[in-house]
Design a binder for this molecule. Structure first.
Ligand SMILES: C[S@@+](CC[C@H](N)C(=O)[O-])C[C@H]1O[C@@H](n2cnc3c(N)ncnc32)[C@H](O)[C@@H]1O
Length: 257
């Protein structure tokens, strides 16, 4: 089951993901007339940068969240190059295969990467490219460990019985193997760190609430979410730094012809 997002808050807080998306896009040579798919487009901030590079192209932007889709539709209203659809990537089917699949900050929310990569390969023309970045092995280890400790506190423990960790922070080797099994070649996979600092406890708590801990908050009754997020942020602060210890998994690959 996919999660809902607070799109308005994400739009305001997504600067880290947007910056990483810009750098990833900078690695991609484009003619400008490609048909592209943005897999997990969110509110469309990275999609917008892709569109700047595709004056004669088109983008199918898909996302599983109704709120994100509504926000992206609003952003691109009137732009005939863009179509925004609410789609679970595990069920993705496209009418016309595309030249490029771009995806940022999305794959780690999906457990079944074998199926995901299979759906993306099927959406690409032979020779089409996959360009993606998501949370990789070791991503937010410190935040994750602190969140686990807070989940164990008496106040919160009852709500997390049977709760499952939402993330799939895959490693390089397993990702390469899954991509090759799904029909990709010319695979490049690497991980890099992106420690991201916040100026105050309040900024960190606001960010964690919308961008990182949404699945945790779904488990809590109304009114407990700010208390939970506040505990995680203050524990992180007590440990020395208002930092989210991101590690990003980068993927460049081409669908085998
Ligand atoms: C952190 S946001 C990233 C949005 C945008 N790509 C960016 O870089 O700012 C993750 C997005 O992945 C979407 N998502 C998660 N699982 C998905 C799935 N199975 N199918 C489609 N979208 C999914 C979420 O709804 C959310 O909009």
């Amino acid at each position: 089951m996919t999660m809902e997002w607070n799109a308005a808050e994400y739009e305001v807080l997504a600067a880290p993901m947007t910056g990483w998306g810009a750098r990833l896009l900078g690695r991609v040579g484009l003619r400008g007339d490609e048909a592209a798919l943005d897999a997990g487009c969110g509110t469309g901030r990275v999609t917008e940068m892709l569109l700047e590079r595709l004056p004669e192209g088109s983008v199918l932007a898909v996302d599983a969240s109704a709120a994100m889709v509504e926000a992206a539709r609003g952003r691109f209203a009137g732009d005939r190059r863009v179509r925004v659809e609410r789609v679970d990537l595990l069920e993705l089917e496209v009418a016309e295969p595309v030249d490029l699949v771009l995806s940022t900050a999305t794959f780690h929310w999906i457990h079944d990467h074998e199926r995901l990569f299979g759906r993306l390969a099927a959406a690409l023309k032979p020779g089409g490219r996959l360009v993606a970045q998501c949370g990789g092995y070791g991503n937010i280890s410190r935040v994750r460990a602190v969140a686990r400790e807070v989940m164990e506190e008496e106040r919160f423990r009852p709500y997390f019985e049977g709760w499952e960790d939402p993330w799939n922070f895959a490693g390089e080797g397993e990702t390469r193997a899954r991509l090759e099994d799904a029909g990709f070649g010319e695979v490049e996979v690497w991980t890099h760190d992106e420690p991201t600092g916040f100026g105050s406890f309040g900024e960190l708590a606001r960010y964690l609430k919308t961008v990182v801990l949404g699945r945790h908050l779904e488990a809590l009754p109304e009114g407990e979410d700010d208390a939970f997020v506040g505990r995680v942020a203050s524990r992180l602060g007590e440990e020395g730094a208002l930092v989210v210890d991101y590690a990003r998994l980068n993927i460049l690959a081409r669908r085998v012809a």
